[in-house]
Ligand binder design. Structure first.
Ligand code: FAD
Length: 568
């Protein structure tokens, strides 16, 4: 069967805020250029591929939106049908102990959200996608980019060395392959999208972005990319109980002082509210389980009162890139650029990345436009993107928070002191180094002694308000055809059964928020072995990031599969 190829001018990978904003801005730039110039860009072919079954199905965020980038992209959004859940009218920061809640007298500087819109990121993305399509952008949901297409270029990047390799598009994953790698009746080779410029905006731990970064050494001299896992539920509350836009941020319980993270509660439209926890994937404790911590959080008297009568209706999990300014890789190579969370455009102090991702997409679009006009998509031309980031409000916002992650590497109290001092005296010139997440996990015995992971018998799962993991996975709507190769590849499962079991107690059985990894008894061998229930996967990539041996690799499954978040 012939592999189809489709030539496009600019290909965006990922239907998130970064690429949607980039595609809209590019269309606007082309339209303006065509009005003014005789040398028109005729029938521009601008495409977005998205691995979810539709735009927004894999989208999960807070989300309180800083509308800075949206104001620039679509200045009249307030007069349009932009989907705002509520505007923030009341906000509070609360320190939780096991039984008490201590409200801070004011919001810490930089964390104020008063007046900002609370959005469902999925609804916002669908709104942006409709605008992009109305301007002529082709959107292909259900298409997962599986590898970069490369060619040799004439350029040696001025170094006189070997010729550079140029990205010339993306190959999408094949469909209809069975678990043994054989072609099924519905086999369809993945399409090649051949692009003059490829823009990678796959979100945290982007699969193609990593290929680009690794192949071209774009992270040389940069801080490692580090992450938090965000787990989130939407609750339906009793009719009439949600009256205004409220944001609550909490610190402390149920996290220990060595584990970085916090929680949020936002009210949404109708009678809905969302509650979520963010937990650093550099947590020392191998037994950390963000889903369990979220249930503990909801069981706290403070949230029991706030969410009284609530029923969980949706669940999801996604990672957030929190390395900040120092972790941003070189943003371009020949033929390609990286935007959004995939390139670390998130302010870790505010846990806000939508506006920064959108702006990065727009600046990459400006460089792509220059490339189209000049007929040259070499790295030398695409460097315009990095130059524009350096001179934009992205830098003004992100650079002062550059040492936020490093401040908390050794615990909460020291971190708060360092951040406080930074706010008073400035962040300093130096970027303080920090470690990759997987290097930070401590061995089981050093955290829990010889008795193994602590028991978790303190919660009663009622199936409505407190949910066990598998019930929540069901509410993520995630689905994968089980007759396909696993998209979670463990390089050596013998390590799971031996070294990892002894040293770390198989932490993936805890840290995966979708219970993909299970150690089960094998009666034939008489020992425990790893079973990977990849059909449960919600594409958060925690396993790929946190596994202490770095032997788990997440690759995109067949396009159109995975979670169906819809309203998260
Ligand atoms: C729990 C949580 C709370 C947050 N709260 C806030 C908040 O309140 N405010 C805020 O501003 N930010 C918040 N953020 C961060 C914000 O969601 C991100 O910064 C933003 O979504 C990044 O946009 P993006 O377009 O770069 O990536 P994403 O939104 O991750 O979009 C990437 C898209 O690419 C698709 N994709 C990935 N790989 C492929 C592939 N190979 N082929 C095809 N498609 C692919 C994905 O399915 C996805 O749809 C939060 C994040 C989390 C997880």
């Amino acid at each position: 069967m012939q592999r189809e190829a489709m030539p496009v001018d600019v290909l965006f990978v990922g239907g998130g805020p970064a690429c949607l904003a980039g595609a809209i801005h590019l269309m606007d730039l082309i339209a303006k250029h065509n009005e003014r110039s005789a040398d028109k860009i005729a029938e521009p072919m601008i495409a977005i591929i998205e691995k979810g079954s539709e735009i927004g199905s894999h989208a999960l965020s807070g989300a309180v939106l800083d509308p800075k980038a949206l104001d620039e992209l679509i200045p009249k959004w307030r007069e349009m049908d932009f989907p705002v859940e509520r505007y923030v009218e009341n906000e509070e920061m609360v320190l939780l102990t096991e039984t008490r809640a201590l409200k801070a007298p004011m919001m810490p500087p930089g964390l104020e959200d008063h007046g900002l819109p609370i959005v469902s990121i999925a609804k916002m993305q669908r709104w942006l996608a409709a605008i992009a399509e109305s301007k002529g952008v082709m959107i292909f949901p259900g298409f997962a980019g599986s590898e970069l297409l490369w060619s040799e270029t004439d350029s040696d990047n001025g170094a006189g060395g070997p010729k550079a390799r140029k990205v010339v598009g993306v190959r999408c994953g094949d469909k209809g392959i069975d678990a043994q790698g054989r072609r099924k009746d519905n086999y369809e080779p993945g399409m090649d999208l051949q692009a003059k410029v490829t823009i990678l905006g796959e979100g945290p731990r982007g699969h193609l972005a990593r290929q680009l970064i690794d192949q071209l050494g774009l992270d040389e001299g940069k801080q490692p990319q580090v992450y938090e896992i965000g787990v989130k539920e939407v609750l339906e509350l009793p009719p009439g109980s949600v009256k205004r836009g409220e944001v609550t941020l909490t610190m402390g319980f149920p996290l220990d002082t060595q584990t970085f993270g916090g929680a949020f509660l936002y009210t949404m439209g109708g009678d809905k509210a969302c509650i979520g926890m963010l937990v650093g994937l550099d947590a020392r404790d191998p037994a950390i389980d963000a889903h369990y911590l979220l249930q503990k959080l909801k069981n706290h008297p403070y949230f029991r009162k706030k969410l009284a009568g609530g029923k969980v209706v949706r669940y999801g999990a996604k990672t957030v890139t929190v390395g900040g300014w120092g972790s941003i890789p070189k943003l371009y190579g020949d033929g390609a650029m990286i935007v959004g969370d995939a390139a670390s455009f998130l302010n870790p102090m505010r846990i806000k990345g939508i506006h920064l991702s959108m702006k990065s997409g727009m600046l990459a679009a400006e460089a792509a436009f220059t490339a189209l006009v000049r007929g040259d998509s070499s790295a030398a031309v695409l460097a315009e993107y990095a130059h524009k980031v350096e001179n934009s409000w992205i830098k003004t916002e992100m650079e002062p928070a550059k040492n936020f992650h490093a401040s908390f590497e050794n615990g909460l109290s020291g971190g708060l002191t360092r951040v406080g001092l930074g706010l008073v005296f400035g962040p300093g010139d130096e970027i303080v180094p920090f470690h990759a997440d997987y290097e930070q996990m401590r061995k089981q015995a050093s955290v829990h002694g010889t008795s193994g992971y602590p028991k978790r018998d303190d919660l009663v799962y009622d199936g409505t308000y407190l949910l066990d993991k598998l019930t929540d996975v069901y509410l993520s709507g995630t689905k994968h055809d089980e007759h396909q190769p696993t998209h979670l590849i463990i390089a050596d499962t013998e390590i799971c059964a031996t070294r990892c079991a002894e040293e770390y107690g198989n932490p993936c059985t805890r840290f995966c928020p979708a219970q993909v990894y299970n150690m089960i008894d094998n009666d034939a061998t008489g020992r425990k072995e790893m079973r990977v229930d990849f059909a449960n996967c919600v594409h958060c990539k925690t396993c790929d990031i946190r596994d202490p041996y770095q032997i788990i690799q997440w690759v995109p499954p067949e396009g159109g599969q995975g979670p169906e978040y819809g309203i998260l």
